[in-house]
Ligand binder design. Structure first.
Ligand code: SAH
Length: 342
């Protein structure tokens, strides 16, 4: 019988199994704390659990682990990029960044990606599998352990499309924010999506305090479908409509990501179209100078990014340019894994 991945269980789910094993409910909380607070990797380290129960636990459950196979440290800022190997030999990456308000980590949610965005390195080799909740948590636990740094915010912007791995990502959110575990406020978490509208609607009903980031990158259907195939399934009007409903239901402002690509989406016409599209929406626009990847010839131009920002601001949109961190270590998502797998 395959063992259950205990790190992927919410406390309520663990309690149910522990009760079914004929044990007292409070044991589940003790075990959960060992896993998510003390972060032990073996049942034998759970010293307030009898050795008989430790044996029962290790017969029924496994404690997943991930291994750092490469670590790159930026010499210009405190950015660290980890390449991890999962227990089945697949590779993912995450990036630890130093911000004024504390350390932030960008984690992966899938091995590869199905979404096919033209400018993104994560999607080029295709999709392998979804990450388990435990594998999302372990990116954080392992980075904290290795670096000795305390992570105060999380972004789901690494490899993969979080809303294409919806159930596992929801479990991850519940576990990382649980008060018996890491107790991270979801106000300190951003989830970025290319725009899976049905899942955005489902997420809105959960009323989480997280920041939803929408990867927009283009201002009309022709241009967006060209660089983001997902737009053919969920065109801009339906996406923006879902965003409006999301804001109404959650009371949270949305962040729109816009990778500025020279000659593709950085013209005055694009700025004007973006202003019209987002007018009246409680949002923030995050401009990302497109990161060059070796498979494509997209470039960004500092002046045109700045002019684009000024045009948006003049048009009444709240727009900032994302600071580039770890530029010397290829910190953009998917780049390290690609180098490693080829
Ligand atoms: N699948 C999710 C999250 C992963 S990508 C999403 O699409 O939002 C995280 C962000 O990085 C997205 O906004 C994505 O569009 C952007 N991105 C990917 N490749 C990039 C590149 N080469 N340059 C700039 N931004 C990029």
């Amino acid at each position: 019988m395959e063992k259950t991945d205990i790190l992927s269980l919410r406390l309520s789910e663990l309690e149910e199994i522990i009760l079914a094993m004929g044990e007292k409910k409070f044991r589940a909380k003790q075990i959960y704390e060992w896993l998510h607070l003390k972060r032990v990797s073996s049942f034998s380290d759970m010293t307030n659990i009898s050795s008989a129960l430790q044996t029962k636990l290790s017969d029924k459950f496994c404690i997943n682990c991930i291994k750092i196979v490469k670590k790159l440290e930026s010499t210009i800022d405190n950015t660290v990029k980890y390449l991890y190997e999962l227990s089945d030999g697949n590779h993912i990456e995450c990036v630890l960044m130093d911000y004024k308000h504390g350390d932030s980590i960008c984690i992966s949610t899938q091995v590869g990606c199905k979404m096919g965005c033209k400018f993104c390195a994560s999607t080029i080799a295709g999709f392998k599998r979804n990450l388990l909740p435990s594998e999302m948590l372990l990116q954080i636990y392992e980075a904290e352990r290795e670096s000795g740094r305390k992570i105060s915010s999380i972004v789901l912007m690494g490899i993969g499309e979080p809303l294409d791995n919806y159930d596992n990502v929801m479990s991850f959110l519940d576990i990382i924010s649980s008060k018996e575990g890491t107790n991270l406020s979801l106000r300190h978490l951003s989830l970025s999506t290319c725009g899976l509208v049905d899942k955005i609607n489902e997420l809105a009903d959960r009323h989480y305090g997280l920041t939803l980031s929408i990867s927009l990158h283009a201002t009309n259907n022709t241009a967006r479908s060209e660089i983001m195939p997902v737009n053919k399934t969920y065109p801009i009007e339906t996406l923006i409509d879902a965003c409006r409903k999301y804001i109404d239901k959650t009371g949270r402002r949305i962040s729109f990501e816009y990778a500025v690509i020279e000659g593709v989406n950085d013209g005055r016409d694009s700025a004007d179209e973006l202003i019209r599209l987002l007018r009246g929406i409680n949002c923030h626009v995050n401009l990302i100078p497109v990161n060059q990847i070796k498979e494509r010839d997209y470039k960004s131009n500092k002046n045109s990014v700045r002019n684009f920002q000024l045009a948006l601001e003049k048009g009444g949109l709240n727009a900032t340019v994302r600071r580039t961190l770890g530029s010397d270590i290829n910190a953009a998502c998917g780049q390290l894994r690609r180098e490693y797998e080829i």
